[in-house]
Design a protein around this ligand. Sequence first.
Ligand code: CA
Length: 229
Amino acid sequence: MANETIMIIEDEADIRELLRYNLTREGYTVTEYASAEEAQDALKKRLPDLILLDLMLPGTDGFAFCRSLRGTERTAKVPVIMVTARDEDADIVAGLEVGADDYITKPFSARILAARVRAVLRRRAVEPEDASDTLRRGPFEIDRTRHAVTVGGKPAVLTLSEFKALELFVRRPEIVFSRYQIVDVVHGEDYAVTDRSVDVLIVGLRKKLGKHSDLIETVRGVGYRMRLG
Ligand code: CA
């Protein structure tokens, strides 16, 4: 039985109630707030295991709140799933760029909500393992010291860019990365790059993953994610 605490920040009472109902049923402890300001006060006392953050809030909106969470040492690592009524690519990309881990669009299905929450919490649970030099997950084994990769036990020869992109995906499975985030990791922040060059990088990387190539999923209009079941 899950016993993690999930903080819901949502100004619409009926949606808040729906979120609470579904998450409580999954065994989570839920705290709820109608504004970022109320949530901010509660965060001073206790950190939740995950925050579900509505984007359009009165007062401080979800973008600004997420940015401030990430910019504060104490809250920088609390996972955030943003909840947006607007199924618009631009909002989703902007949310991911201020540091959200994933997103759910309203209206959401109970199953998708539960799956996204579970995936984000699971990733958080495995994070300490990431401190070691070798990352093993799914068919991948990534040796960060030697910059060597095996896929399904077979060595894969990757370029440095492909290596960095694969490491990003495998380290954080299920999380959607925008093209800008991928570029940041691969080339550093000031590198001028086009969406197209990221797509070309992914095409090359997929080729080298052979029969595992479809583990890198294209999220239309947003970016890419690694599916590791
Ligand atoms: Ca709202």
